[in-house]
Design a protein around this ligand. Structure first.
Ligand SMILES: Nc1ncnc2c1ncn2[C@@H]1O[C@H](COP(=O)(O)OP(=O)(O)OP(=O)(O)O)[C@@H](O)[C@H]1O
Ligand SMILES: [Mg+2]
Length: 279
């Protein structure tokens, strides 16, 4: 049986006693080795979920378990060894004077023995393909390189969960691709549960499963295909659909009888090719 790494049980949250609820009775599970994308309109509660997972915030109602451990004031230091987070702005995530100091910092904070640190610095920087930049000053790196170092810094603490909250939002398309390729390979090699919070539809297509938030509630949980076939419903809650899916719809309306719901260029080409070889 697959192991649950994150469990949200009827979680409700608000930022203060008089404030409106920003999460309303949310329940979901995330399993070991799974990649889950969380999407939803601005203010739908995505970042709040991320902050609840690593105990930066606590729910007023319901419970959250990480690897079977209840998240509360007593457990947060253990929880933060299990959960690594990377945020949007690469410039706000550096504390070290060099790339290797930066990766070392999180480990020092969590009491990783010195002997292990050097080995882990090399391993994690290699995993993000930044092993040649050990002594580089962070400000000399590109945005994508900075985010890869930020990922290495959280990987160094061997988390069970890696959360990327809009971690590619400030990058150009090639920087985004670098990050997504990096996390995909890390997920294969390190067996972490990966949560990506994003507005980028191409990132969503790569996930195993998608949780769609709407006004603080879980609107739907499904595979990327299960989500993006509901184009009209998605638009109603302020979300886009991938360009290829729109194109495929228009082709169908124009009489091109593609028999599938393509999510990326390759699938669309395959659909068109199948059609062509039949006629
Ligand atoms: N520190 C805070 N104090 C008060 N309200 C907050 C705070 N942080 C977030 N909120 C409110 O909580 C709601 C959910 O915010 P959250 O940041 O979780 O949304 P989000 O889905 O991550 O949005 P975005 O896509 O813009 O990042 C919003 O209405 C927001 O204004
Ligand atoms: Mg957010």
């Amino acid at each position: 049986m697959r192991k649950k790494i994150i469990e949200f049980r009827n979680v409700s949250f608000r930022y203060g006693e008089e404030a409106p609820w920003v999460l309303k009775n949310c329940s979901f599970d995330i399993y070991e080795d799974e990649w889950v994308a969380i999407i939803g309109h601005n203010g739908s509660g995505k970042s709040t979920i991320a902050k609840l997972v690593n105990g930066l915030l606590f729910p007023q109602e319901g419970e959250i378990l990480i690897d079977g451990q209840l998240v509360n004031e007593e457990s947060i230091w253990n929880i933060r060894k299990e959960v690594g987070m990377v945020f949007q702005n690469p410039d706000n995530q550096f504390v070290g004077a060099t790339v290797q100091d930066d990766v070392a910092f999180g480990m020092e904070n969590r009491g990783v023995p010195r002997e292990d640190m050097k080995k882990r610095i090399t391993e994690t920087l290699t995993a993000v393909r930044m092993q040649d930049y050990l002594l580089t000053e962070p400000h000399r790196l590109s945005g994508g390189q900075k985010q890869r170092v930020a990922i290495a810094s959280v990987l160094a603490i061997s988390p069970k969960v890696l959360i990327l909250d809009e971690a590619t939002a400030m990058l150009d398309p090639s920087g985004r691709k670098e990050i997504m390729d990096t996390v995909a390979s890390i997920q294969d090699d390190h067996g972490v549960s990966l949560i990506t919070i994003t507005h980028d539809l191409q990132e969503v297509v790569q996930a195993d499963r998608v949780i769609v938030m709407n006004r603080g509630e879980i609107w739907k949980e499904a595979t990327p295909r299960g989500i993006f076939t509901q184009k009209d419903e998605l638009r109603k809650i302020g979300l886009d659909v991938p360009f290829v899916a729109i194109l495929a719809d228009e082709l169908k309306q124009a009489g091109v009888a593609i028999e599938m719901e393509p999510l990326d260029h390759e699938e669309l080409l395959e659909g068109l090719w199948t059609l062509h070889s039949r006629t």
